[in-house]
Ligand binder design. Sequence first.
Ligand code: SLL
Length: 173
Amino acid sequence: QDRVKGVIIHRPVIYGNSAVLLTPTERGAVAPEHTHRWTVAVRSAASPTEGRTDSVGGADDISYFIKRVSFKLHETYPNPNRNIDKPPFEVSETGWGEFEIQIRITFVPEANEKPVSFYHHLKLHPWNAPPPSEDPVPTPSSVPPVEAVHAWQYDEIVFSDPPRAFLDILLAN
Ligand code: SLL
């Protein structure tokens, strides 16, 4: 394998989730115990490329070096292992509880690298949330504001002594 010795190159990513409370209407369309809609994702943290605002081939497209992102959800979900093979690398679901999500990133074959895993605690509840209302029928004052909760981490994926072909791919994007 033709590796370029001494080169260390990294790609910045963010991973994590956003979540919102379901509205009463939305709650009618999902399992009765589901209270939130959430999206877990891996995205580029690179600054936008000059002149590109689209995501295809643009700053948010990390598919040039990432082949697959596997999100391992809680076993209460059907098919908890969700494999995403093209951007956006994300899973959206509804549910009622927080849990740990394993996020496994597989690189393109040229990288000749083992997959790396991040662990993210799915966050649904804001720190300052008031206790849930006891009212069976929500009144306007007891309906909580529809505010999103965000829990995102910055990290850098580091490649040491990358294969020449992979270094070319990284530098061309
Ligand atoms: C808890 N340890 O008890 C956690 C588990 C599981 C959350 C949370 C969906 C389930 C379904 C769901 O929200 N699971 O669709 O059946 O808080």
